[in-house]
Design a protein around this ligand. Structure first.
Ligand code: COI
Length: 367
């Protein structure tokens, strides 16, 4: 479904009587608390085939009501995005590459036969929510406001075809770090039985089902004391693909960096793309090439590999030091986050918080 039309009634109406946003004086939720506190408002936009996008408004955060026959509850037409708003030292509130999220949201919509939201409407919706809840954006360098745009099929219909009615919302949650460990690095469990994605499937779409499918492996990893799961390619269980919610990079002693190539089983992370650009500019060109788990273990053991890191919007950039692979464990480098990982993380955060020159035009101040 490729309609991009939206009518003149797509104007953002603020609900009368909505509370003034507040600056959160409480600790900013992090670690296990990530994503558990929500701001005062949300954005809601409807879509109906033949009518297009309609009824855009900012309203009080609250429950949404759908029919028990809503298609999303049965056939899973649900996609989402993740991006953040940062408070700069001069108090401007900045979005990082929201147009990249808008483009990916369109690609996800295409893959699930959902309507593509025009990019300018997506960005406007995000900006409207951030403007309404500006007071919730944490102080500079103390976290950010995590923004979660999503779209679900609301048409009450049990027949098998793409739904004709959808609900798009944006909600927001103040966020500190996703991982609470002190070393700046996480441990991972390499998964050899469950697959996250297969060729021709939905692995490159940010759809709810991919995350649901990754949960048993994540639950097992968490229960055995690991922070995340590394998924391998479904066909051979050999090539490293991604972590389910993050992409992965390998840094070698000779300064080379490699990351798994984008294919239909890997999500094209906005942070991944940003890291490739930043690393290249810093003299570490990133090679996008397949890398097997066996090679990872060999390179970690023989010392060729010095650092491994994961990256994503929620987690930013985080080192990976401990790896469980087939009931044995190996360590990358000296443990903790390595120097190149730390430098890339600082460079990225400096841009996101508006402390570094934005030569690529990635940062957008919310009016
Ligand atoms: C993000 O980083 O925005 C994600 O969508 C990952 C999510 C599992 C928290």
């Amino acid at each position: 479904m490729t309609t991009t039309s939206y009518g003149p009634d797509v104007i953002f109406e603020r609900q009368a009587g909505s509370a003034v946003s507040r600056n959160s004086g409480e600790p900013i939720p992090s670690g296990k608390g990530f994503g558990s506190v929500f701001t005062d408002h949300m954005v809601r936009i409807g879509y109906r085939a033949g009518e297009g996008w309609h009824g855009a408004r900012v309203e009080r955060f609250g429950s949404v009501t759908v029919s028990p026959a809503a298609a999303v509850l049965h056939y899973g037409q649900a996609i989402f995005e993740g991006l953040k708003a940062y408070r700069a030292p001069d108090d401007r509130v900045l979005l990082f590459r929201p147009d990249a999220n808008a483009a990916r949201f369109q690609r996800s919509a295409r893959r699930l036969a959902m309507p593509e939201m025009p990019s300018e409407l997506f960005v406007r919706a995000v900006e409207e929510l951030v403007a309404a809840d500006r007071g919730w954006v944490p102080p500079t360098d103390r976290g950010s406001l995590y923004l979660r745009p999503f779209m679900v099929a609301t048409e009450p219909f049990l027949g098998m075809r793409p739904a004709e009615e959808y609900l798009f919302c944006v909600i927001a949650s103040p966020a500190g770090g996703v991982f609470s460990g002190g070393s700046g690095a996480i441990s991972v469990d390499v998964c050899h039985d469950y697959s996250r994605a297969a060729a021709g499937g939905t692995g490159s779409a940010k759809c709810a089902g991919n995350y649901a499918a990754s949960l048993p492996a994540l639950h097992r990893a968490l229960s055995s004391g690991y922070d995340q799961v590394v998924f391998l390619d479904a066909a051979r269980q050999a090539d490293v693909e991604e972590l389910g919610g993050m992409n992965i990079f390998f840094v070698f002693r000779d300064g080379r960096i490699t990351t798994p190539p984008l294919r239909d089983t890997v999500l094209a992370g906005v942070t991944r793309d940003s890291v490739i650009a930043l690393a290249g500019a810093a003299g570490h060109p990133v090679v996008e090439a397949p890398y097997t788990i066996e090679q990872w273990r060999a390179d970690a053991t023989n010392g060729r590999l010095s650092e491994v890191f994961a990256c994503g919007t929620a987690a930013t950039i985080v080192g990976i030091d401990r790896v469980r692979h087939r009931d044995a464990e190996f360590t990358v480098g000296d443990g903790g986050a390595g120097p190149i990982t730390a430098r890339l993380r600082t460079q990225l955060l400096d841009l996101q918080y508006g402390r570094a020159a934005d030569v690529r035009n990635w940062v957008r101040a919310v009016p």
